[in-house]
Unconditional design. Sequence first.
Length: 386
Amino acid sequence: MLRKYFPLVWTALLRKKTRTVFTLLSLTAAFLLIGLLQAVNSLFAGGADFLGANRLIVQAKTSFTQPLPMRLLPQLEAIPGVERVGFSQFFGGQYRDERMGFPQFVVGPQRLRETYPEWVMPEEQWRAFISTQDGAIVGRNLAEQYGWEIGDIIPLNSFIWTKADGSRVWEWRLVGIFDGKDQKWQDQTQLMYLNYGQFDEARNPRAKGLAGVFVVRVADPLDSPRVAAEIDRRFANSADETKSQNEQDFQLNFVRQFGDIGFIMNAISGAVFFTILILTGFTMSQAVRERIPELAVLKCLGFTDRTVLWLVLAEALLLCLLGAGLGMLLAAVITANLPPQFPPLQPDKRVWLFVLGAVVVLASAVGLPPALRAKRLKIVDALAGR
C-alpha cells in the first residue's frame, strides 16, 4: 500500500516547493540540534559504562578537592578484599597558551600500572616511567594531536601547584605513549600521567605527602559495596573521613557538579521540539486547507475516508523523516570530524531511538488534526468552496 500511494504523497509534498524546502530546512536544523544535544546527553549518561566495576575511588568526605594524606595508603591496603591501591592527583597544567587543555594526573607509576591494566604500553616504557623522576606518559591520541615523541620535554604551567621556589612552570620528560586495551579505552587516550617523584619533591613543603584521591582495586567486583562501606567506617570520626564509591559513580558525580546535564539537554531538546511542532503543524494545516477541492476529487474517485486520512498522515511522516534524516546525517558528520581534544561524541543507538520517537510523535501531532479534517470532509461542501 505504501509503495502504491507513495507517488501521490510525494506529489502532494512538492505542490508548494518553496514552502516545502524551507520547512525541510527548518526541520533539518532542528533535528541537527536535537541530535547533537542528545549525543552529549548520551555521552554523559553512558560515558562511564566502560569503567572498571572493580575499582573504587576514595576521596575526602567533604569534597574531592580536599587532599588526603599518603599515610592512609597502607591502611587501605590492609582492608580485606582490597587487591591493589593507587593514588591520583589532578595537576591542572596549561600547555603553551591554550585555554582548553588536556587532563593531567600525578600518579605512582607502578601503582597506576597495577590499578589500570587497561592501559597498554611496552615494558621498557613502563620501566622508564617508574625510574624517571620527572617522567611523563601520554595517551596515543594526545601524542598524535601534538606530534610528541619519546624524549620530548613538555613544559606545563600549573594553575594549582607551585614549586618551592615559587615557579609554576614544570618540565616533564616524555618516556612513554600508552594505548587502550580496546576501542572504548583507546578513545580515552587523551590524557597525561606524571611521576609523583618530581611532583612531591619540588612542590611547596606544606603540600608534601598529600594525594588527591586513592584508587582501590577490589579482588571481587561483587564485594565492592562492602569494601567501600568498610573503608568509610574505618576512617569515620577521624581527621581524614572518606567517601568511597565505584569509579562510574565518581565520574558521573564529577560531571553533575556542573549541573544536571541530562535535564539541561532534554530541556533544550524539548524547546526545539515545541518550536518545530508549531512550525510544521502550521505548514501541514495550510497545505491541507489549500488542497480541500483536490481531496474531494479523490473521494469522488473512490478513495475512502480512511485512505484520505492515511495519505495526509503519510505526508506529515515523510516530511518529518526527511528532515530528521538530513539533520542526523549532518550531526554524524560533525561529530565524526571534531578536533581530537573533544571527547568522543557520536549519535549512538540511544540517540537514534530518541530521534525516531520524536519523529513519530511530531508526525502524529502535526498530521493528525488536518488528517481528521480531511477524513470528515463532505464532497459537496468542498467542491462548493464551503
